[in-house]
Design a binder for this molecule. Structure first.
Ligand SMILES: [Zn+2]
Length: 218
């Protein structure tokens, strides 16, 4: 990359530490919140620079909800983020495999779990737990995987609302990545990567930190 485009150059700089990756991610979200996105790394030169390899500085594992498109809310471009999304950010083996690939082969220094308020998958799970009526088809699989988070939230506070359940679900999802994957756990222990959990606010576009494992201090 040349230094002629400041915004592009800033993001294409290899991210050495989890803290630097975290700072870049939060800077991008701040620009998005302020409606001053710079849309970095989205031109032909960037596209050409990525032909033979990629070095994303984060892997974003978020809910599939159309309102929290990962590259948009963090003001990113091509090659910046490795993205995995499922409804309610539920984990299965292929999700873990995708995350492990990003850590093992792409050396991403930051794993982001991204939930959001008014999450339909968590709301459906809250309803299923309350009524005992499970949804049809493979949607049931989503609900079953979110149920532990909803139950934990209800155990802490029988009157907990969907927002509290979503925070709990982000925390549990982030913690489970480290518990279930020796590759991720090893990278965290060696301080090669950090895991953060964020909840995204639909109304103002802000992503708030609710969980972290690994130092984010510069
Ligand atoms: Zn959702």
């Amino acid at each position: 990359m040349t230094a002629s485009d400041d915004s592009s150059n800033a993001v294409s700089t290899p991210m050495k530490t989890p803290a630097q990756a975290w700072e870049t991610l939060m800077d991008g979200n701040r620009r998005f919140v302020e409606s001053s996105s710079s849309h970095p790394n989205q031109d032909a030169a960037r596209r050409a620079s990525l032909l033979s390899n990629q070095q994303p500085f984060a892997v974003i594992f978020g809910c599939s909800d159309s309102r929290l498109a990962a590259e948009i809310i963090f003001d990113l471009g091509l090659g910046d983020a490795f993205v995995v999304r499922t409804a309610g950010h539920v984990i299965d083996n292929t999700v873990l495999g995708s995350l492990e690939y990003s850590v093992e082969y792409l050396q991403v220094p930051l794993i982001v779990v991204l939930g959001h308020d008014n999450c339909g998958a968590v709301t459906a799970t809250k309803s299923a737990v309350a009524t005992g009526a499970m949804p049809a088809g493979f949607i049931r699989d989503l609900v079953e995987r979110i149920t532990p988070s909803v139950l934990t939230s209800l155990r802490k506070d029988p009157n907990s609302d969907v927002s509290e359940m979503i925070v709990e679900h982000v925390k549990q999802t982030a913690a489970r990545l480290v518990e279930n994957s020796p590759i991720i756990a090893s990278a965290v222990t060696r301080q090669k990567t950090a895991v953060v959990g964020l909840t995204y606010r639909l109304n103002d576009g802000r992503a708030d930190l609710v969980y972290s494992n690994g130092s984010l201090d510069l």
